[in-house]
Design a binder for this molecule. Structure first.
Ligand SMILES: CC(C)(COP(=O)(O)OP(=O)(O)OC[C@H]1O[C@@H](n2cnc3c(N)ncnc32)[C@H](O)[C@@H]1OP(=O)(O)O)[C@@H](O)C(=O)NCCC(=O)NCCS
Length: 284
């Protein structure tokens, strides 16, 4: 396509990115797009045709352990013309210092990533509830609101579970919705935590990280307590089957699946058995 251009995304592109994601029924806000640009301005791209934004992709570099590609989206009017492949190559080239690239693929995205040599790692399930039921009884006393001063401890706690230090992402998730971040402590130490992203159509609870399912359930119940009547999604690991059962009892049902995929050696897989919800497919 001779009139196709790839360039880095700027804050001025965000209204066009919002229009594109709205056509796809995605859930990002203006704040989310700005967050992706801030996280890695040299690795966020738009594809344009005659100056119109027709495709997007963003990246996060998790300190050399692995990096992430997200927000891969091409306008329905321009699919199957190689734009997604060009965006992927731009992302991967921008991450040349990093041996491993990961992402969470939709079924359509997976077809593209298969062609580029990405391997499947495991499956995620989006659990959705259209209207969270009103909570009964007292809130869990062990679960406390997270404070900014907790972020260093939370990041250190999270690193072995996620597989890489993701302080910049956790900090932004916290700042974008501080009232939706909670900590569960045991003997004064962080034992589990949760955050949420307030999307344009629904809240997404995650990440939720902790050693036990019971801790994760306490955090989810606390997070849901503030969202009665609202639509909420939680992207969870399909292998945590009893956790999926617990979410079903709370009124959630499986909406769609993602495949976590990697390119290069998967040397830092983290501890997926103790991650209960991801931050989001765009960042892992
Ligand atoms: C996934 C997406 C970004 C692909 O963008 P695209 O510009 O159409 O991709 P390309 O044209 O570069 O496709 C390259 C190859 O990937 C494979 N592929 C891409 N889309 C496919 C589809 N819908 N069905 C089968 N194979 C597909 C094909 O092998 C294709 O090569 P071909 O057209 O020569 O057969 C686009 O379909 C999209 O925006 N989908 C909706 C949002 C989404 O799911 N994004 C992925 C998030 S993880």
């Amino acid at each position: 396509m001779s009139n196709l251009t790839l360039r880095t995304m700027t804050p001025d592109d965000v209204p066009a990115c919002m229009a594109l994601k709205e056509r796809a029924g995605w859930n990002q806000t203006t704040r989310d797009w700005l967050t992706f640009v801030e996280l890695r301005p040299e690795g966020a791209f738009v594809a344009t045709v005659d100056q119109e934004v027709v495709g997007t992709a963003t990246t996060v570099d998790y300190g050399g352990q692995f990096s992430w590609i997200g927000m891969m989206l091409v306008s329905p009017d321009h699919r199957r013309k190689g734009i997604g492949s060009r965006l992927m190559r731009a992302c991967i080239d921008s991450l040349s210092n990093c041996r491993t690239v990961k992402l969470d693929a939709t079924p359509t995205g997976r077809r593209l990533y298969d062609t580029l040599g990405f391997q499947p790692e495991y499956t995620l399930t989006r659990m959705a509830c259209n209207a969270v039921p009103k909570a009964e009884g007292e809130a869990d006393v062990d679960v406390r609101p997270m404070a900014e001063s907790d972020l260093d401890q939370v990041t250190a706690f999270d690193t072995p579970f996620f597989g890489a230090e993701r302080g910049p992402v956790l900090r932004r998730w916290f700042h974008n919705a501080p009232e939706s971040a909670f900590i569960l402590r045991e003997q004064g130490r962080v034992a589990a935590f949760s955050m949420a992203r307030l999307g344009s159509h629904r809240a997404c609870i995650g990440p939720v990280v902790g050693k036990t399912q019971e801790q994760a359930e306490h955090l989810i119940l606390r997070a849901l307590r503030d969202r009665a009547g609202e639509p909420v999604v939680i992207d969870v690991f399909e292998h945590t089957t009893t956790f999926l059962d617990a979410l079903e009892e709370l009124g959630f049902s499986a909406q769609r699946g993602f495949t976590r995929m990697f390119l290069g050696p998967n040397q830092a897989p983290g501890l997926p058995a103790h991650q209960w919800a991801i931050a989001g497919p765009a960042v892992g």
